[in-house]
Design a protein around this ligand. Structure first.
Ligand SMILES: [Zn+2]
Length: 307
């Protein structure tokens, strides 16, 4: 079993609930991946929309500290994907630090140096609300990137941190796509054609990410799988994957399951322990080669080629 996931909130939860990454009652713990050939997980430092300025930057530092502590203490041999080293092949258990909500910059581009020092590789511009960079998908009003947002996008890219457009409002999304010089991501978003939630991607948004050379991560949260979340199932996940594959997404599609971003009952499988069976289903539906690309290879080759 090899699995590479572009987005979870588990380290933020470990910080909030003071539990361990190695073993816990969340959706992700390392104990559940024993025997897997490779497990690479992007761990987001998530910031709620009310945090701004110094308070936001301090929250980023606190949760990022927790990530470092979990890596130092964990007995399962997890390593952080190197902050500075050149690209290397993925194997075993590795964690990548990411940011969900660039309010974490505290409104200062120079705080980016702390992102770099700590090895952040991906950063969403917003969460659902408004911050110094622009508006998330739930924020009232209109407008794309602010002046600070433009500065931040350029500085993030220049410092080797890729832009993640999950949660962006449509205007922010397109402004960022026009400005970006590197591949852009939507780490945890599904297809609006199949589930109309505004967090999902339109066909043209998916094409923009695909054509930039970035990745789209399939999200397992039921509200993004089916317009009636109570009826959402693994079949819906397969439908979203099939749709993206038909949009030319064979080399673009990955997972960004959103583990621990919502209660486990709002997912069609309870946590990591459900993945080997899901991998079988994907293999039956799309063939082993494509399933392996979605579960691991697309994301692994992106990072091997770009970092
Ligand atoms: Zn999210």
């Amino acid at each position: 079993m090899r699995y590479f996931d572009l987005h979870c909130d588990t380290v933020t939860e470990c910080w909030e609930k003071d539990c361990r990454l190695a073993e816990n009652s969340l959706q992700v713990d390392l104990r559940r991946t024993q025997g897997w050939e490779a497990y690479v997980q992007c761990y987001a430092v998530w910031l709620p929309d009310h945090l701004h300025g110094e308070a936001a930057f301090a929250r980023f530092c606190a949760v990022a500290d927790r990530f470092s502590q979990e890596i130092e203490r964990n007995p399962e041999g997890m390593a952080q994907y190197p902050a500075f080293a050149a690209a290397e092949a993925f194997s075993g258990c590795q964690g990548i630090l990411t940011v969900e909500n660039a309010a974490a910059l505290g409104g200062k581009v120079e705080n980016l140096l702390e992102f770099v020092r700590r090895g952040v590789k991906l950063c969403t511009l917003t969460w659902n609300g408004e911050n110094e960079l622009g508006r998330g998908v739930r924020a009232p009003g209109s407008g794309g990137l602010t002046d600070f947002g433009r500065q931040a996008v350029q500085a993030l890219e220049e410092n080797g941190i890729f832009i993640d457009l999950s949660h962006a409002s449509p205007e922010l999304f397109w402004d960022a796509v026009r400005l970006a010089r590197k591949p852009v991501f939507a780490t945890h978003s599904n297809a609006q054609a199949l589930c109309s939630h505004p967090r999902n991607l339109t066909a043209s948004q998916f094409e923009a990410v695909r054509d930039s050379g970035g990745l789209v991560g399939l999200n397992l949260y039921t509200a993004f799988l089916n317009d009636d979340p109570a009826r959402a199932s693994v079949d819906d996940l397969l439908r979203h994957a099939d749709y993206f594959l038909n949009q030319g997404g064979e080399n673009t599609l990955a997972f960004g399951a959103d583990w621990d971003g919502a209660p486990p009952e709002d997912f069609p499988i309870p946590g990591l322990e459900g993945l080997p069976e899901l991998r079988e289903r994907f293999g039956q539906e799309f063939g082993k080669t494509v399933a392996e690309k979605i579960f691991f290879e697309n994301a692994a080759s992106f990072f091997e080629n770009h970092l």
